[in-house]
Design a protein. Structure first.
Lengths: 117, 178
């Protein structure tokens, strides 16, 4: 179900550390050690966050037994952002028409002094 | 047509499982923003913005207990209607009203709209409260179906923005899990 997948995605993204991990992985794959570096956190703590991201399908782990590099799975992320963004885009298009109308009314008002309609 | 001004993009977030929060800045004084949102002749100019859509009904009875109804018709002849009732009214700063998406009359939402003026700009805030998460999600989904007509294909940009490598504020999709 789309709704359940979206729930898992949004829950996984609700944490700032996990969002930072996603941001780091958007630049390329990394090992747990590399991911832990910039954070004031132990590797097990990072691994815990990675498990949440893995369960949500946002991150996958490579086969290489030593490193098991983490990589970003873009599809669920796109699905989630697309879902909310399409709504936002539609509303924004409407508000841009409103911007134009407001500019027109501002000019009218300036031309007539502050005469209220 | 007057050229577009940078009024600051709409931000949408999901503060709880039942809510949608919209915020935006308009480069105009509050009394004008309020008028454009409450006078029939003005609402008709901006509410229905999509190619091929026409606004066929725009009724506004702006008083506590008064009702409104907006209907637009798509190129395929399908009607999309919204209606509701005004519950609180503080001109020109606050309106609380119900909102019913007509295909689903059993799922009214409660909308709290506030307008704040600072330095000649108006800060718009609209909090939409649904009675269930399902109804809230359906509301957001409605943008997907209708939005398909806008041929928006900007997934890459959006995914980048969410991962924090690009403009981040437009997609603050925080979602508190119960």
């Amino acid at each position: 179900m789309l709704a359940e997948r979206l729930d898992a995605t949004f829950a996984a993204l609700a944490d700032p550390t996990r969002r930072a991990i996603i941001a780091r992985l958007s630049k390329g794959e990394a090992s747990v050690m590399e991911l832990a570096e910039p954070f004031d956190m132990s590797q097990p703590a990072i691994s815990k966050h990675l498990k949440v991201l893995e369960r949500a399908g946002l991150v996958s782990r490579g086969r290489d037994a030593q490193r098991r590099p983490c990589r970003l799975e873009a599809a669920p992320l796109r699905e989630a952002t697309d879902w909310l963004q399409r709504y936002a885009d539609r509303m924004e298009a409407r508000f841009q028409s409103l911007d134009n109308l407001l500019e027109e009314l501002k000019e009218k008002e300036n031309a007539h002094g502050r005469k209220k309609k | 047509m007057v050229e577009k001004r940078s009024s600051g993009k709409l931000e949408v977030s999901l503060p709880s499982d039942k809510e949608i929060l919209l915020t935006r800045v308009f480069d105009a004084p509050r009394h004008l923003v309020f008028e454009t949102m409450t006078k029939v002749d003005y609402v008709r100019r901006w509410w229905c913005c999509m190619d091929g859509f026409k606004m066929t009904v725009c009724d506004i009875d702006l008083r506590v207990g008064g009702k409104y109804r907006y209907v637009m018709v798509g190129p395929d002849g399908n009607e999309v209607g919204f209606r509701g009732e005004y519950r609180e009214l503080v001109i020109p700063e606050r309106i609380v009203h119900t909102e019913i998406f007509e295909p689903f009359p059993d799922n009214p939402a409660l909308v709290t709209l506030t307008l704040e003026e600072r330095d000649g700009k108006t800060f718009y805030r609209s909090l939409v409260l649904h009675d269930s998460k399902e109804a809230r999600d359906m509301h957001v989904n409605s943008g997907m179906e209708v939005g398909a007509n806008l041929a928006l294909d900007r997934l890459e940009e959006v995914a980048r923005s969410l991962s924090g490598t690009n403009r981040g504020s437009g997609t603050s999709a925080t979602h508190s899990q119960a």
